[in-house]
Design a protein around this ligand. Structure first.
Ligand code: KG4
Ligand code: ZN
Length: 339
């Protein structure tokens, strides 16, 4: 495979249909993202069946637009990359089938990519000089993982959530506070006007000497707090609750990630996933990295949430390391990145 190959990438694992064209892995020529948020908002969460139907309806047009915006022709494409898992299986199947058809009709190789590897790889697009090894914190709607990336395509799981993912906790707490779905961005915004010390939250694992997380109890803590305030006839200090919740989660994520980097002798920390767009998490992790003499990397906000450019970047390194998929590739709702 040539170093400056043109890759068409497709992502459809949740509620974004996205297609991108990259040259040489880190140069994004186009990244088209069609979000279904407005459709799922009235259900206060993603409805898998509706999501897969929407992917089917728009994937061809999204890919066509990615080709047009990149200023290339279909025949210029050298390889295809697609998210094969984990995610909602109906959505994944749409992307995988589209990628197979495209690769077959163009006569070019294609490669299935793990969604988390995609999120981590978004960092290579924003930070052109970044190279493994590093410690990564991957926090999204479906994952909260601390991952040691020893080399391209080589990952070791250091810790993960035992229940809810960080993004899931943001979304659930936002729902309790009456904010729209997905709630992470609204908590982030409101927390800026609140006092992060106003309320104390806790989690069973927060102060334990391991690298795992537990976020499901915090939602209960917020529900109990809201009930207590309502029973006392007090108005909800939404900004203070948002800020206190966010402060606790960000502190927990930051402390464990920095401790993991120290233990595994890493001097670079890489943040990834939808929750990586959170302004407080970026600020806190960057400050703690500085104190610990470590470099901090995060993707630009548009590359934090689901997009195909990050899948194209991960696919590039897979292809350069000799990985390809064949037409037997299946979509996998729960797919492991680790051995
Ligand atoms: O990576 P992503 O787009 O999808 C998954 O792979 O899950 O992540 C979506 C998650 C949602 O839970 C959303 O609320 C959260 O990322 N999120 C945020 C922010 N922006 C998106 N959470 C906290 N602060 C934000 N600014
Ligand atoms: Zn994601």
């Amino acid at each position: 495979m040539k170093e400056d190959m043109l890759i068409m990438a497709v992502e459809s694992s949740c509620d974004e249909t996205s297609a991108a064209v990259l040259r040489g892995g880190r140069e994004v020529l186009s990244d088209v993202i069609s979000s279904q948020i407005a459709i799922h908002q009235k259900y206060k969460g993603v409805v898998p069946e509706i999501a897969s139907r929407c992917h089917t309806q728009c994937i061809a047009a999204v890919a066509q637009e990615a080709v047009q915006r990149a200023g290339i022709a279909w025949k210029d494409i050298d390889a295809v990359a697609v998210t094969a898992g984990p995610g909602l299986v109906g959505g994944l199947l749409v992307g995988v089938s589209f990628a197979k058809g495209l690769s077959y009709s163009l006569g070019v190789p294609f490669v299935g990519v793990h969604h988390i590897e995609g999120h981590i790889s978004a960092n290579f697009i924003t930070n052109k000089q970044l190279e493994p090894p590093f410690m990564a914190l991957v926090v999204s709607g479906g994952h909260s993982h601390i991952v040691l990336c020893r080399d391209y395509c080589s990952y070791e799981l250091i810790g993960c959530t035992r229940d809810d993912a960080a993004g899931e906790a943001f979304d659930k707490v936002a729902r309790v506070l009456g904010l729209p779905y997905p709630g992470g961005v609204h908590i982030d915004r409101l927390a800026r006007q609140g006092n992060g010390e106003a309320f104390k939250f806790n989690s069973a694992l927060a102060h334990q000497d391991n690298f795992d997380f537990s976020f499901s109890g915090i939602k209960t803590g917020v529900i109990n707090l809201v009930h207590k305030l309502e029973q006392n006839g007090q108005s909800l200090p939404v900004e203070d609750i948002a800020a206190s919740f966010q402060e606790f989660v960000c502190r927990n994520l930051t402390e464990k990630t920095v401790r993991a980097a120290v233990k595994y002798e890493q001097n670079k920390i890489v943040l990834a996933g939808g929750v990586a767009a959170n302004s407080r998490l970026r600020e806190m992790l960057e400050a703690e990295c500085k104190k610990a003499n470590m470099s901090f990397f995060a993707p630009e906000p548009i590359l934090c949430t689901d997009n195909a450019a990050m899948i194209g970047c991960a696919g590039y390194y897979r292809l350069m390391h000799g990985y390809t998929s064949d037409l037997t590739l299946n979509a996998e709702a729960s797919m492991s990145l680790f051995g």
